[in-house]
Design a protein around this ligand. Structure first.
Ligand code: IPM
Ligand code: MG
Length: 357
């Protein structure tokens, strides 16, 4: 049976990097006879410009039908003045919540070829391989009530609500324990249990769950300490599990350890393993349209898609090997450029991956 992949290029550098990933997907589709069909739809600012809203019904319908989704990025200064509910980011958040994509996997792996691109010393980061498991459909991103209200006397007050129910914590916990089981069997749960009740519960539920996974060593860390430990001694971590907002922040930090956020893919999965795949970086409006963005995070996201949602491990490995080959060849986009390497454009990087395949 043929499987459908929905492409959502989005905004900023999104269309440029998704174009390269799409070529790569077409290539493996042929080479491995995957029988994939491709669809496209609008999301974010591109959808606002065309329809007035960031997540049109047509896009959501196509997303529900698809076996997997590849998204570029959303947002940009053009839409920053819009009220919160109409902003491009709501398109992305709407997809995550409507499809119940609660499990966000963000691997931070240092390619040995890029050790010198990291801002940390090579000995601190060499061999780095961390998996951040971020809860994606709850926490302060979605908690109610939220808004800006007027207090007596006319002063405005902004407020958001940080909530997690036990079942939400347990289901992301299971994903993280399972991931740790497949790896080095170490799980660090990150919270702020010294201040926030919601994360006291988070810690309790993780501790309860640990009894079902005696082979995995569970530890707990406050988020401020975790942020520090990530730059001090990142290799102490194997799998990190945390809530939506802490995961957002720590995954950018972890990404940078690997040299460039332009290298990091991600997967957002629901209970049926349907998934949306996207680079961890954003729409980078400052470099959009210049043809210099790094397409590798998106290409690696396509590989994750083949692995987790489409069950095509061989094709996934082929893409990952091709990425490693182009790095060996010394090809670098501007973000990972180093002395002695050859600087290439988005297009040239995409073509090089195709050739390596
Ligand atoms: C991410 C992004 C998004 C988030 C934004 C664009 C809404 O930063 O995927 O990390 O905060 O989740
Ligand atoms: Mg982020």
């Amino acid at each position: 049976m043929s499987k459908t992949v929905l492409m959502l290029p989005g905004d900023g550098i999104g269309p440029e990097i998704v174009a390269e990933a799409e070529k790569v997907l077409h290539k493996v589709n042929e080479k491995f006879n995957l029988g994939l069909t491709f669809e496209q739809a609008l999301v974010g600012g591109a959808a606002i410009d065309a329809t007035g809203i960031p997540l049109p019904d047509e896009t959501l319908d196509k997303a529900r039908q698809a076996d997997a989704i590849l998204l570029g990025a959303v947002g940009g200064p053009k839409w920053d003045q819009l009220e919160m509910a109409r902003r491009p980011e709501k398109g992305l958040l709407g997809l995550r919540s409507n499809l119940q994509l609660f499990a966000n996997l963000r691997p931070a792996i240092l390619y040995p070829q890029l050790a010198s691109a990291s801002s940390l010393k090579p000995e601190v980061v060499s061999g780095l391989d961390i998996m951040i498991v971020r809860e994606l459909t709850g926490g302060i991103y979605f908690g109610q009530p939220r808004g800006v209200r007027e207090l007596e006397g006319g002063e405005r007050q902004g407020y958001n609500t940080y909530v997690y129910s036990e079942s939400e914590i347990r289901r992301i916990g299971r994903v993280a324990f399972e991931a740790a089981r497949q790896r080095n069997k170490k799980l660090c749960s990150v919270d702020k249990a010294n201040v926030l009740e919601v994360t006291v519960l988070w810690r309790e539920v993780m501790t309860e769950l640990a009894k079902e996974y005696p082979d995995v060593e569970l530890s707990h860390m406050y988020v401020d300490n975790a942020a520090m430990q990530l730059v001090r001694a990142p290799k102490q971590f194997d799998v990190i599990v945390t809530g939506n907002m802490f995961g957002d922040i720590l995954s950018d930090e972890a990404a940078m350890l690997t040299g460039s956020i332009g290298m990091l893919p991600s997967a957002s999965l629901n209970a049926e393993k349907q998934g949306m795949y996207e680079p961890c970086h954003g729409s980078a409006p400052d470099i959009a349209g210049q043809g210099i963005a790094n397409p590798l995070a998106t290409i690696l996201s396509a590989a994750m898609m083949l692995r987790y949602s489409l069950g095509e491990e061989k094709a996934a490995e082929a893409i990952e090997a091709a990425v490693s080959t182009v790095l060996d060849q010394g090809l670098r986009t501007a973000d990972i450029m180093s002395e002695g390497a050859r600087k290439v454009s988005t297009l040239e990087m995409g073509e090089a991956v195709l050739a390596a395949l």
